[in-house]
Design a protein. Structure first.
Length: 372
């Protein structure tokens, strides 16, 4: 099978993070991770709620995925030149074959990326003849909105020229690693296999490797245990931390940032960084002001979120909305924008929306909106 690395705009971490404190702690990732099960021994309540979050469920081996299990024994026919896909499963996970192209060879679908709250896309790693490892983002994604499998976002116009491209988009080595990094806490590439795998985004992704923290805590040395864990971030550092995978403004070209097309809406830190609520509060507004990283998004109701807005905007020295001073803040100033197939994201550029904002949601930009 011949491979040629393509390019995508998804699954990319910020390359030049300003998050110095955690970068220092994470520098020795290989030997200092404790694993989130160790964290749960002391932080049982937090661990229990975190298990329900999308972050915790954003990566699985297909042999462990309930969504992947729905593929077993199924077939799916796509328009030419793709043809019929036949899915089978064994103890190692899911596989797909295209009988018209190779009746005897099944392609392994190794990993299920995405929490399933929006979608799940299947992903595999395979070696190139040169020895590099590339990723294959499978052509088929499962969508929560209608409980169905269909073409993966961003692949509608993909025309295969290589054998591998009939199974999905070929992801270059560095981007394949970034995809895996953003869906796991630890994963070491051993050729085209993953070792030291801690699937999902757990405690140590934000708090840093915890082995020394756990060891000191078990020894009863509170001072040492606290010195070996990241407990707090500034508003800027917090945005950089979230932006490693959710993107920051420096990941967007200046022209695209100025235009702010619909595809950028899913990168929440980008929008927030443009908001006066963030720029003029000197750290008063940050990601965790509205989102509890230890709990599901649904744990905070719309009423609770709007109460957060009113913490500032009910004060005499703050701007009061002339249309609806005590309600509908999010509906008007952070509306949910549908990007692809029943998948919506709230626009985090908090602002008084104007007529020209309607043009930012034009459908011609939808092809850039790959969702995981």
């Amino acid at each position: 099978m011949v491979l040629l690395a393509g390019s995508i705009a998804a699954c990319r971490r910020a390359e030049d993070s300003a998050l110095k404190p955690i970068e220092t702690v994470v520098a020795e990732r290989s030997v200092e991770y404790a694993g989130h099960a160790s964290c749960a021994e002391c932080h049982a309540d937090i661990a229990a709620t975190h298990r329900q979050t999308g972050h915790a469920r954003t990566f699985a081996l297909t042999k462990d995925s309930d969504i992947a299990a729905r593929l077993c024994g199924s077939t799916l026919t796509l328009p030419a030149p793709y043809g019929r896909y036949e899915y089978t499963c064994d103890a190692e996970g899911a596989m797909v074959a295209i009988p018209a192209r190779s009746a005897e060879r099944a392609f392994p679908l190794e990993y299920a990326l995405g929490s399933g709250d929006h979608a799940v896309t299947f992903f595999s790693l395979m070696p190139k003849p040169s020895g590099e490892t590339v990723g294959i983002e499978h052509r088929i994604t499962w969508y929560r909105s209608d409980e169905a499998f269909d073409v993966t976002p961003g692949q509608d116009d993909l025309t295969p020229s290589l054998d591998a491209e009939f199974f999905g988009r070929v992801i270059p080595p560095n981007q394949a690693k970034e995809c895996i990094d953003c869906h796991t806490t630890t994963a070491v590439f051993d050729g085209h296999r993953l070792t030291s795998l801690d699937p999902g985004v757990h405690c140590e992704e934000c708090h840093g490797p915890g082995a020394q923290h756990v060891s000191a805590a078990k020894a009863g040395d509170t001072k040492a245990s606290l010195s070996h864990i990241v407990r707090a971030h500034s508003a800027i550092d917090e945005m950089e931390l979230c932006g490693r995978c959710h993107r920051t403004a420096k990941d967007i070209t200046p022209e695209r940032l100025a235009k702010y097309p619909r595809s950028v809406i899913r990168f929440q830190p980008v929008g927030l960084s443009k908001s006066r609520c963030f720029l003029e509060t000197e750290g008063g507004l940050r990601c965790t002001h509205c989102h509890d990283p230890h709990s599901p998004v649904t744990s905070r109701t719309l009423a609770v979120q709007e109460a957060t807005c009113m913490e500032c905007h009910s004060r005499a020295d703050q701007t009061h909305c002339s249309v609806s001073p005590a309600a509908d803040c999010i509906k008007c100033h952070m509306p949910a924008i549908e990007l692809v197939r029943g998948i919506s994201f709230h626009d985090h550029w908090i602002r008084v929306r104007k007529a020209e904002d309607a043009g930012r949601t034009a459908p011609e930009d939808a092809g850039h909106a790959t969702v995981k």
